[in-house]
Design a protein around this ligand. Structure first.
Ligand code: HEC
Length: 139
């Protein structure tokens, strides 16, 4: 009996940690992944900052658009695509529970949007700062 229980417990822990590692399903999971990646990117551990994320989000980076051009200065509200004028649902997780729950979506849009705004991929540090800013926003 006892052995069985230990086996069940370790199987559960193993399962839970594998799931946590394999698929990010919540904004906190993504934050953790960006944190791990940022640590590999740079030896200096500066952590993430909502303030830096907000500035990054609102300013242009040598091109026409900033993140706010489509997601507006208020990511808790609807956005509007700068070119097609299509409505974009709010980006802040507090205002839109679907945000940062799907790895392929997060990856696809970071890739496309960072390329439009910066002409390159965003670093893990930049993604972590932006997500920290978005998580800090209330509804
Ligand atoms: C040209 C317009 C445009 C710009 C500029 C833009 N985005 Fe987006 N973004 C979109 C659209 C369109 C979507 C996908 C539609 C949707 O998910 O509602 C999207 C989706 C996203 C998502 C997906 C999140 C999720 O889990 O659903 C993230 C993250 C994101 N944008 C971040 C950014 C960041 C960071 C910047 C600035 C570097 C940026 N965007 C600039 C248009 C834009």
């Amino acid at each position: 009996m006892r052995t069985l229980r230990i086996f069940q417990t370790s199987a559960f822990i193993l399962g839970a940690s594998l799931t946590a590692f394999a698929a990010a399903e919540t904004p906190a999971d993504f934050l953790q992944q960006f944190e791990m990646a940022a640590r590999q990117e740079s030896a200096s551990k500066q952590g993430f900052s909502a303030q830096r994320g907000e500035t990054f989000f609102r300013t242009t980076h040598g091109r026409e658009w900033s993140c706010s051009s489509c997601h507006t200065q208020n990511p808790s509200a609807d956005g509007k695509h700068a070119k097609t004028e299509k409505r974009i649902a709010p980006l802040a997780p507090a205002a839109n529970a679907e945000r940062f729950t799907n790895p392929s979506k997060v990856e696809k849009w970071f890739k496309r949007n960072c390329n439009d705004v910066l002409g390159r991929a965003c670093s893990a540090q930049e993604k972590g700062d932006v997500l920290t800013y978005l998580i800090s926003l209330k509804k």
